[in-house]
Ligand binder design. Structure first.
Ligand code: UTP
Length: 305
């Protein structure tokens, strides 16, 4: 059976990006020309996802407005002789159907996914975190590879993993692969360890913001005890499925593929610079500006990817 539904949680407070996120969703911060969440939707579209459910919350209404067709804006651009700008609204004509549900209290990622239970109608579904962009790579889209791997799990879970430096593992959920260091791109996950100390981490493979989950995840979320700050963690619910004998497969990001997690200003600044530098029209000028600013010699190209 083909997987056609995706859940995109965007209800987090974005507190690490204050004050920018006081009155607007972090998912609407511009990265290059487009708001962050538009890249996520385009990624899902490229993997033939047909319906997306956003799990939203207070101060997140701009996301709904962004993906809604705006006839007034179109008419205004035409009336004022600027029809050439209509190309920037082409994304509105996507074939994807958008649905919205609210998470009234920020009780964690697991709880946010639980809010989309009715949307998924007892079918497996993709989860794509609304604050992370997957970029680069020349092969099939990551979400497509996760969906392909899902069919080998007989109703288990598939999780994307990125290799991170040893001193960063303590910021992530990390895989314990079944056979030590996995050599292939798809591997069996024996356990997941939340934010391990570098010396005790079972690998350097960190969960990378994309999943395929079975409908049974919802019962596992219901059965998951709240952890730190009273939050229900998705990783704990997946561990519960592992303990109940479900298979969990990991899919590594491919060569050249990268996850940009826009959770704090350091990663946001880097992502913005990367995307601005790879802008076809403005990238070369921006690179020139940076070269001057940093007094770099004009020998090496400055590029985003
Ligand atoms: P994060 O924990 O990185 O986002 O969640 P946050 O809660 O916005 O971060 P800070 O700590 O306040 O800065 C990862 C993803 O899960 C969603 C977020 O919107 C983000 O896409 N999320 C998180 C929810 O939808 N609900 C939650 O209760 C928590």
């Amino acid at each position: 059976m083909r997987i056609t539904n995706a859940v995109v949680p965007v209800a987090g407070a974005g507190s690490r990006l204050l004050p920018s996120t006081k009155a607007q969703p972090k998912e609407m911060l511009p990265v290059g020309r487009r708001p962050l969440v538009q890249y996520v939707v385009e990624e899902l579209e490229s993997a033939a996802i047909e319906s997306i459910c956003f799990v939203t919350g207070r101060r997140k209404r701009a996301i709904e407005d962004h993906f809604d067709i705006d006839p007034e804006l179109r008419a205004y651009l035409e009336r004022t002789g600027r029809s050439e700008l209509l190309r920037w609204l082409q994304f509105e004509n996507t074939g994807v159907g958008f649905y919205y549900t609210r998470q009234s209290e920020q009780l964690g990622l697991g709880h946010a996914i639980g809010c989309a239970r009715d949307f998924t109608s007892h079918e497996p579904f993709v989860v794509a975190l609304g604050d992370s962009i997957i970029t680069g790579g020349n092969g099939p889209p990551l979400v497509q590879r996760l969906m392909d791997a899902y069919h080998r799990t007989a109703g288990g879970c598939v999780i994307a993993f990125q290799e991170v430096p040893e001193d960063s593992v303590s910021r992530y959920g990390v895989a314990k692969p079944a056979d030590g260091a996995p050599v292939s791109d798809v591997f069996e996950v024996e356990d997941l360890i939340e934010k391990p100390a570098p010396e005790s981490a079972p690998s350097r493979l960190a969960i990378a913001a994309r999943y395929v989950l079975p409908p049974e995840i919802f019962d596992a979320i219901d059965a998951t005890e709240p952890g730190k700050n009273g939050e229900i963690q998705l990783t704990d619910a997946i561990r519960l499925l592992l303990q109940r004998g479900r298979r969990v497969l990991g899919v590594k990001l491919a060569h050249g593929e990268r996850r940009c997690d826009i959770g704090n200003f350091a990663s946001y600044f880097r992502a913005f610079a990367d995307f601005a530098l790879s802008d076809e029209e403005l990238g070369p000028g921006f690179a020139e500006y940076l070269r001057e600013k940093l007094s770099l010699p004009n020998t090496e190209p400055v590029r985003g990817d």
